[in-house]
Design a protein around this ligand. Structure first.
Ligand SMILES: NC(=O)c1ccc[n+]([C@@H]2O[C@H](COP(=O)([O-])OP(=O)(O)OC[C@H]3O[C@@H](n4cnc5c(N)ncnc54)[C@H](O)[C@@H]3O)[C@@H](O)[C@H]2O)c1
Length: 247
């Protein structure tokens, strides 16, 4: 029960690693605010946690909308009394989400804009929204989901560069928050089996990660066991990003 009496906000919590992180935090005692642009799915996921004895609420938040972000932070404080953890998990590769096969230089601007807004601007705005409360408490952790593609670079330019930005955001938040007891870490996964297609992505280990392998790292970084870890990026990619690929 590492998170007893802690309050966590998770973005993109209706599916994948956001959902699993929220469920696992609740299993370890956290009160969880599941936010997602998909209101029904966020509420259903929160109801599922409550059915198993956990404490959770679902709130509709499009991370591109600061008003909704602020509303969710206020709701967390009003319902559970604090905000101790933020996991910026909402995101995705724009060309995949919008099923656009063309190369970056031919993508519609709206698709590129979505990629940058959801993968980078949203997390910056969400951090802005929780920091006041975390500084008041003199305690907090902000975890940002990057990607191995933000480490290596990728032809998915808006996605990869936004994910590189998550490492920068993490460093800035670590500098900004340290004197207030606020930490920040970035987790940059390689392919994760939140959808079947990820199994086809190359890693040196010859497989993609199970979602729990990544959420276990996320929860560790949220916990007091990681009290001296801040500003760092944690690549978890089956050695995809290291060495020279000679075949
Ligand atoms: N799955 C992978 O292989 C992988 C690899 C590297 C990095 N990541 C990153 O990890 C994070 C989670 O990935 P996943 O595969 O578990 O996610 P997922 O695709 O299963 O879920 C993403 C969630 O974000 C929500 N979302 C989309 N747009 C939103 C918006 N504007 N506002 C709020 N919520 C929104 C979706 O509704 C969805 O519930 C993402 O940031 C992703 O880029 C994933």
């Amino acid at each position: 029960m590492r998170f007893q009496d802690r309050v966590a906000i998770v973005t993109g919590a209706a599916s994948g690693m956001g959902l699993l992180s929220a469920q696992q935090l609740a299993e370890e005692g956290a009160k969880v605010v599941l936010t997602d642009v998909n209101r029904e799915a966020a509420e259903a996921a929160a109801a599922g946690i409550r059915e198993t004895g956990g404490q959770a609420i679902g709130v509709e938040v499009d991370v591109r909308c600061y008003e909704q972000i602020e509303g969710a932070v206020a709701k967390a404080v009003e319902t559970f009394g604090s905000v101790d953890i933020l996991i910026n998990c909402a995101g995705g590769c724009s060309s995949r989400v919008f099923k656009r096969p063309e190369p970056f230089h031919e993508l519609p601007i709206e698709v590129i804009q979505w990629g940058m807004d959801v993968n980078f601007k949203g997390p910056v705005l969400f951090a802005r929204a929780v920091l006041g409360q975390m500084i008041k408490q003199q305690r907090g952790v902000i975890i940002n989901l990057g990607s191995v593609e933000g480490v290596t670079g990728t032809k998915a330019v808006d996605y990869g560069s936004s994910k590189t930005g998550m490492m920068g955001l993490t460093k800035c938040l670590a500098v900004y928050g340290a004197e207030h007891g606020v930490r920040s870490c970035c987790v940059s996964p390689g392919p994760v089996l939140t959808r079947p297609g990820m199994a086809n992505m190359w890693t040196r280990m010859g497989r993609a990660a199970e979602p729990w392998e990544v959420t276990k790292l996320i929860l560790y970084l949220c916990s007091d066991d990681a009290a001296f870890i801040s500003g760092s990026n944690h690549t978890i990619d089956g050695a995809r990003s290291v060495g020279v690929r000679d075949k």
